[in-house]
Design a protein around this ligand. Sequence first.
Ligand code: IVH
Length: 680
Amino acid sequence: MTDNAEIDEIKKLQKDINFHFYRYHVLDQPLISDYEYDTLIKRLRVLEAKHPEMVTSESPTQRIGALAADKFQKVAHPAPILSLANSFNNEDLSAWYDRIVKLDPKVSRSGFVLEPKIDGLTVVLRYEKGVLVQGATRGDGEIGEDVTANVRTIKSVPLKIPVVDGAKKAPDLLVVRGEVFILRDDFIKLNQALEEAGDKTYQNPRNTAAGSLRQLDPGLTSSRPLTILTYAIVQSSDPMPATQWELLHTLKDLGFPVSDLIEKVDSFNDVLKVTQRWIERRDSIPFEVDGVVIKLDDLRVADELGFVGKDPRGAIALKYPAREVTTILRDIGVNVGRTGVLTPYAIFEPVEVGGVTVSKATLHNFDFITDKDIRIQDRVLIKRAGDVIPYVIGPITDARTGNEKPYQMPKVCPSCGQEVEHLAGEVAWYCVNAACPAQLVRNLEHFVSRGAMDIVGMGIKIVEQFAETGMVKDIADLFLLKKEDLLGLEGYKDKKADNLIEAIQASKKQPLARLIIGLGIRGVGEVAAADLAEKFNDLSELSKATSLQLQQMEGFGPNTAEAIVDWFARPANQALVSKLKDVGVWPIASETSGPAKRWYLDGKTFVITGTLPTLSRDQAKELIELNGGKVTDSVSKKTDYLVLGENAGSKLEKALSLGIPQLSEEALRTLIADLEKANG
Ligand code: IVH
């Protein structure tokens, strides 16, 4: 190939790649596959190496060209980079409107533009003759830091305008303002990758974006999934658009990414209506927003209104309740669950987060406290989003004073004082004392529940009273209760007491499998209990099973097998088993029939996604497995059905693309019932 032909090819490749880049990163409408794109880039790299004189700063190969710097240079902004006043409710908003309409009656004819208030950080982009020459942080609004090399690595930032042939040309001088941020999904992926690599994870998208942009090594910045949306023109050699709506469209026409959530309304009344809707859809936006920005559409009127301090009068932010706040961690408490698992929780100075005041949040498990190095008296970042229970993200280590104390996990159960235990390969710590009072209430609750002994009429209130008064110290004690005992309790009159005693006694006839479920052995649910009741004739036989023997049964791994053996090895549990026999709770498998395993769904593979109306994920899994089906985590060609609840995500998309049929919870039950009928 001749040099000239190669040079022409370079020019064409640079242009084509920039075009596809724009389609992909700004418009989100790629025309070619990633593979084809990579092939073009590879070819361009080869040719540019042969013709280095053709490598200009606008070449798509030059986004990550610069070397790491020692520190950032200062940049004076051409005009003040203003901030925004905040409002928190409709009254604040109305007060703002009343104020400005009084200052200038033209406000009432202006109309408004609503924009998402992106939770990122401001950057100021300077273009000379259409070429990006500088990117700067906001700094104090007058002087920022030169982060040009980093900004160039952000794929949705145009390096050159017009981005594609025939598109709008840039004014000779153009300074644009936008917000750099990370999409929620990209943030999750980034943290997953860091976790897999054994590296420290980031706390939230905003801090990560800010930290990444202020990296001295642009190579590092380029490995962060930063993106941008623009919303203001700081300076232009062309006349400024007359309205904000026009301005946003000008930016779009020039090839800048602009949010597609922007909305224009005519009256202030509509502002109030529309902002309400925006609040409701907060979670469906793919990036973090901390509010909505309301701007006067008429930019001349907005300009004339001037500003108060650094806040323009012609715009205001309606802030959403913060979902992440910091507070002081006063102490760490420990909860004991039904299976004896110990869960640490944070006790902190009460704070308002996501619209409610909270003073406690889960800490997941003890490893989490160690991994995040959370110390008592730390300032911690906590999050509460939607219906999610509040949780601790991590400590703000920069705020440490030296008075923080590392946490020591308890060696004994905080409720009964028995030593806590840990299974190899598991994060959880357990209290394995069946008589532990904290576990008693939860144990009783589980024992009497519908899935276990199904003792009708025994609710949580009465169970708590039994435990609190000491009337019942273990599940076997339930069968020793007499009518007189109940009459002393709140709400138990003659008939009700009779009924409950009757229900308790009647439950003695429940099949062995249900009794096994009721014991609450870790990992032993409906399916495992049914299998055990098929193999062992009573609790005494089961208590003699060895781990090896159990592991030979299908579906029994070492963890469940060990848990069973462990449970029966404890003296307290042995005493409980013989007490159950003494009080007449002694079902014999060969004499009763339990929820035996059925094979209607044999050979069928299910994936469960979303929130089902009545069944939990585990219960749905049990139902399927009890009927011989298999449940897996991800959708593939081998999936037969997708069991679908509300708020399903990517699994549904995948199933749709593979043409896999979907079942609601109801449809699943109908399917099983139909198969049952068909099989007699
Ligand atoms: S307009 C005069 N529009 O919020 C222009 N700001 O709390 C004032 N922000 O510093 C800013 N999204 O970093 C504007 N659509 C948006 C925004 C936005 C996010 C940030 C921006 C600003 C801060 C003020």
